[in-house]
Design a protein around this ligand. Structure first.
Ligand SMILES: Nc1ncnc2c1ncn2[C@@H]1O[C@H](COP(=O)(O)OP(=O)(O)OP(=O)(O)O)[C@@H](O)[C@H]1O
Ligand SMILES: O=C(O)c1ccc[n+]([C@@H]2O[C@H](COP(=O)([O-])O)[C@@H](O)[C@H]2O)c1
Length: 240
């Protein structure tokens, strides 16, 4: 660690002040919200990669009570909110990067990200919030409740997903990107909110839908889930 010398000239005082501004740079907090029905390696490994790329020491996993765009009977979660949260808690126990935040389950109703971010801003006033999403979520982002306000509360970090790419964005989202996209992660970390950053592309060809279908067809999910989640699903007879 470099220790600043004790100096008396005005020039030197200015230098010392500059250093303290750098030191007080806000820390980053990653946030991954999801239905997690169930949580899988695509969630955890892509979030871990983002944490590494952006030097985040903590990522909150936030199970949604009802994801606002998954309200029709074919899209609502199969496992209960309690079971989805228990699986998320288990994922957190095996990796210290993650902690589970159950605020959306306590709030019940539709889990609007804008509400969650407002609460996190209050509880973490000295953090920059990075809301992590997959490309499929970016495609629907302009349908989210108060999406413009979301960008005043956090940065969005977008992960690639197989079968979803930029060509699927509508003009409205393309325009949003032209206003908010940033490619320089060093500059990103100096700003409080308002940017959309594409993480280094890594494709995890895993989805909860695929897992539920494979389990229903009694196929193995060994490469898609951690053993502890596979055991939980078996014990609770989920997705059969
Ligand atoms: N394999 C993956 N790689 C990167 N991001 C992912 C991956 N799977 C899910 N995500 C992202 O994690 C968030 C929560 O996802 P969600 O819990 O809906 O999982 P899902 O696998 O997409 O579920 P489903 O298949 O039931 O729609 C979303 O922003 C989604 O884009
Ligand atoms: O706030 C919204 O309107 C909104 C609309 C769609 C999705 N989200 C959030 O996006 C995250 C991923 O959602 P999902 O549907 O992929 O599970 C989860 O935290 C949802 O609450 C939020």
């Amino acid at each position: 660690m470099r220790v600043a010398p004790i100096l008396s000239s005005s020039h030197s005082r200015a230098t010392t002040f500059k250093a303290s501004i750098n030191k007080s740079k806000k820390r980053g907090l990653g946030i991954l919200g999801g239905s997690f029905d169930p949580i899988h390696l695509g969630h955890t490994q892509s979030a871990q990669a983002v944490a590494k790329e952006l030097a985040l020491s903590e990522v909150l996993l936030i199970p949604a009570y009802i994801s606002p765009l998954k309200t029709t009977p074919d899209l609502v979660p199969h496992a209960s909110a309690k079971q989805r949260a228990e699986m998320v808690e288990m994922a957190c126990q095996s990796n210290e990067l993650f902690s589970c935040d159950t605020q959306e389950l306590s709030r019940a109703g539709h889990s609007y990200t804008v509400d969650t971010l407002k609460a996190l801003k209050e509880s973490h006033p000295n953090h920059i919030l990075y809301f992590i999403i997959g490309m499929d979520s970016l495609i629907t982002f302009t349908q989210w409740q108060d999406y413009q306000q979301i960008l005043t509360l956090c940065h969005l970090v977008v992960n690639t997903r197989p079968e979803h790419d930029l060509s699927q964005l509508d003009n409205h989202t393309k325009k949003l990107l032209s206003q908010h996209q940033i490619n320089d992660k060093e500059v990103l970390s100096t700003l409080d909110s308002g940017k959309i950053f594409f993480a280094d592309p890594v494709y995890y060809d895993i989805s909860s839908t695929q897992i539920r279908q494979r389990i229903a067809q009694q196929q193995s999910c060994e490469k898609l889930l951690t053993p502890i989640i596979t055991d939980y699903i078996k014990k609770n007879n989920l997705y059969r």
